[in-house]
Ligand binder design. Structure first.
Ligand code: ATP
Ligand code: MG
Ligand code: FE
Length: 343
């Protein structure tokens, strides 16, 4: 089957055409980063307006680049949530119109299910598995007992990892999004400023990054007050090491506790060089197969939405045409229902 998918949950307008849930025929992504940069972060109103301006063209380009015609499309998938409500709405309206015009099923899709199933576009996924989701808005450990079933065993109690990266980056005067800058700076450092690790309760899979972020800001302020030079690279490396150590330890502990056959790393922060290297090294030591999507599929894109929507397609689980955008959509509730697969 051929699914056309649309993703507009944040600041990327994207449309993709994917065959059989795995074969990417096109994946067009238009980033609004240049627009939001001047404001130091994503401005929701502006994001919605830009989605409106680009969505039709992006969809046309996705169809054209895939070398298909509209009549070839079997279903239309769209990110229903979570995300910015105004931004989600734009994708939803476009998806509903197309599904209605073509008289094909509509599949409302969970953005984080998309980040997780980006792995299926390039890897073979087996179950049970554990996913470490690290993005701009989420930091979660998810257990997949079987295909399309999601159980969140740990989540951040305050900032998401990407958010913490962006805040630290801003205090180091880097432009938005700052994650990649902090990553690069950290990798250039010779030493690391010692910073606390937020382990929380010994058995907890939850995360917390706001204390670490405050420690970073305090270190910068103290240095400023005393007129001392604080090497930004040393600071960035200290921050990155603290983040990575906690993420890696908790992910590995979850893999063992749930007898996972694979660990999946996904979300925008999966592009982080330090995290990828540390997790790979630890997984090699522990004999845990680690799956990471290529960089281009780690950040927001519609191909990953098609990959997740395919799970529902196979089970005939479609959405109503009056489906609402849901900025708080629950991943666990989005899980596919039990029952026979067809197709
Ligand atoms: P969500 O998926 O939770 O709704 P989002 O879609 O905005 O949030 P993504 O696009 O998945 O998030 O990821 C963007 C985030 O990833 C930003 O916070 C950005 O700074 C961060 N990021 C990107 N590359 C790196 C990197 N190399 N190191 C650290 N962080 C990074
Ligand atoms: Mg983004
Ligand atoms: Fe995302």
């Amino acid at each position: 089957e051929i699914i056309l998918a649309i993703e507009t949950s944040c600041d990327e307008t994207s449309a993709a055409v994917v065959r059989g849930g795995r074969e990417i025929l096109s994946n067009i992504i238009s980033s609004q980063i240049e627009t939001h940069k001047q404001f130091g972060g994503v401005v929701p109103e502006i994001a919605s307006r830009q989605h409106v301006e680009s969505i039709t063209l992006i969809m046309e380009e996705a169809v054209h680049k895939a070398g298909i015609t509209l009549a070839d499309i079997d279903a239309v998938a769209v990110t229903q949530g979570p995300g910015l409500v105004g931004a989600l709405l734009v994708g939803l309206v476009a998806a509903k119109s197309l599904a209605m015009a073509l008289d094909v099923p509509l599949i409302g899709t969970h953005h984080i299910a998309g980040h997780i199933y980006a792995n299926k576009l390039v890897h073979t996924m087996v179950y049970p598995s554990v996913a470490l989701v690290v993005s701009g808005g989420h930091t979660e450990l998810v257990v997949l007992e079987q295909e399309g079933s999601f159980r969140i065993i740990g989540r951040t109690r305050d900032d998401a990892v990407g958010e913490a990266y962006d805040k630290v980056a801003r205090s180091l005067k880097f432009p938005y999004p700052g994650g990649p800058h902090v990553d690069k700076l950290a990798q250039s450092a010779e030493e690391a400023l010692p910073l606390p690790r937020a382990w929380l309760e010994p058995d907890s899979y939850d995360f917390s990054f706001s204390g670490l972020k405050s420690a970073v800001l305090a270190a910068i302020n103290q240095a400023n007050m005393k007129g001392l030079m604080l090497d930004p690279a040393t600071l960035a490396r200290g921050f990155q090491e603290s983040v990575i150590e906690v993420l890696v330890e908790k992910a590995i502990r979850a893999v063992h506790a749930y007898d996972a056959k694979q660990l999946l790393l996904c979300g925008g922060v999966a592009a982080n060089g330090g995290l990828r290297a540390a997790l790979q090294a630890r997984c090699d030591e522990e004999n845990v197969p680690l799956l990471i999507p290529p960089m281009s599929l780690c950040t927001d894109n519609a191909a990953m939405i098609a990959a997740a929507a395919h799970l529902k397609w196979e089970r005939g689980q479609f959405s109503e045409l009056d489906m609402k955008a849901d900025p708080m959509l629950s991943l666990e509730e989005w899980s596919v229902s039990e029952g026979a697969k067809f197709q």
